[in-house]
Design a protein around this ligand. Structure first.
Ligand SMILES: Nc1ncnc2c1ncn2[C@@H]1O[C@H](COP(=O)(O)OP(=O)(O)O)[C@@H](O)[C@H]1O
Ligand SMILES: [Mg+2]
Length: 370
């Protein structure tokens, strides 16, 4: 009897000692151990980090008690941490392809260019629409291209190719790749209707060997005119404060990018008709033949800035590209497609486009870029 009283008394005492802990003894022993060494102590206002052996957390007055007992956060040794378990094969996402090579409609530009610039021509036909002299060639492998020869008016073959190079430098993949090729006038004229032959006689620029330089431009199947110049729904959506309906975001981004692209190129022939096109729901920028050219005292550039200002917001990605444009690399890529005067005028527009976007960002910090 006496023995059982002593046992009960000592049991109650042991319970009251354990009861002082505010956390469950099991949890406490699992996560908080008595501190070992004191290497690498870092102390800030309310936080103490202890080095390799563990962590002491100090929070307000309660932390003083903790500090006295010097508890540390238990971190298992590296050897005991299980390696990442791979997810089942069917849940594993495909490895991300980090492939910065430019593409046009799914095909690598350099592969397109290899063909465009070297394949043998099988046939040449007239290409209707528009007002310049242009042709449609078929290569021996069945692929096709639009061809704009060097001519005295309306279009400049150099501008078409330079525009593609600028698009590539800006990271835009909506301008069909193109390159310069030379054909004999004879080959270009063969099989043309009489009126076109006569026009070619008058307007083609032919060298003394009978050759004509041309821009050979990747053919875009299913290209269709979207006649944006005849629609007005998009104009207010380029303005600040105007909410863009969710279904219109992509098209507004394409239009504002086009306005910036044309400004840089000094292309004033976008809105005269027939020069806004799409294929498979994506805008394709064609007909940049009116770009560059003379810009006395930047008069044309100043005029074009008004058209750029139709848009008061731009996709963030194109704005970034504009600021990151590698100008020396672009100058060398342009080569003699762009004269020194045209380059100087282009630099003026780069500077003013950047200034315009900086101003928009100041005026409308949240909306200028989308
Ligand atoms: N690369 C191309 N792929 C498919 N069609 C094209 C291509 N280039 C031009 N075209 C067709 O030819 C038409 C006139 O071309 P464009 O470049 O606008 O010539 P222009 O300088 O005479 O205005 C376009 O509207 C389009 O229908
Ligand atoms: Mg045109």
């Amino acid at each position: 009897m006496k023995f059982s009283r002593i046992f009960i008394l000592s049991f109650i005492c042991s319970l009251s000692v354990v009861g002082r802990s505010t956390s469950s003894p099991n949890v406490r022993t699992a996560y908080l151990q008595e501190s070992g060494g004191s290497t690498g102590l870092l102390q800030t206002a309310g936080l103490q980090l202890r080095g390799s052996t563990g962590m002491t957390v100090q929070l307000g007055s309660r932390s003083e008690a903790l500090l006295r007992r010097r508890p540390t956060l238990f971190v298992p040794p590296i050897s005991e941490i299980p390696p990442l378990e791979p997810s089942p094969a069917d849940l594993e996402p495909a490895p991300a392809l980090v492939d910065a090579r430019p593409r046009f409609r799914g095909e690598y530009d350099d592969e397109i260019l290899t063909k465009l610039c070297s394949l043998q021509v099988k046939s040449i036909r007239p290409l209707g629409g528009g007002s310049s002299i242009k042709l449609r060639v078929m290569f021996t492998d069945g692929s096709q291209a639009a061809v704009k020869p060097n001519q005295l008016r309306i279009t400049r073959y150099q501008a078409e190719v330079a525009a593609y190079k600028l698009a590539k430098a800006l990271g835009l993949s909506v301008v069909p790749p193109s390159c310069v090729r030379t054909f004999t006038k004879e080959a270009l004229q063969a099989n043309m209707p009489k009126d076109l032959r006569e026009r070619m006689d008058q307007e083609l620029v032919v060298d003394d060997k009978g050759n004509v330089k041309t821009a050979v431009i990747q053919w875009v199947p299913g290209l269709r005119n979207i006649k944006l110049e005849q629609a007005d729904w998009w104009r207010p959506l380029l303005k600040q404060g105007e909410p863009i309906p969710s279904g219109k975001h992509k098209r507004i981004a394409e239009i504002s990018t086009l306005l910036l692209f044309d400004y840089l190129l000094l292309n004033f022939d976008r809105w005269s008709g027939g020069n806004t096109t799409e294929a498979d729901g994506e805008m394709i920028y064609i007909d940049q033949g009116a770009s560059f050219g003379p810009d006395k005292k930047h008069g044309h550039s100043r005029l074009m800035l008004k058209t750029l200002k139709w848009s008061e917001r731009f996709p963030r990605s194109i704005a970034q590209s504009l600021f990151q444009l590698d100008l020396p690399a672009l100058r060398s890529d342009f080569g003699d497609l762009v004269s020194d005067d045209e380059w100087e005028s282009f630099l003026y527009r780069v500077e003013h486009a950047r200034a315009y976007i900086r101003t928009l960002k100041k005026q409308y910090p949240k909306e200028a870029l989308f």
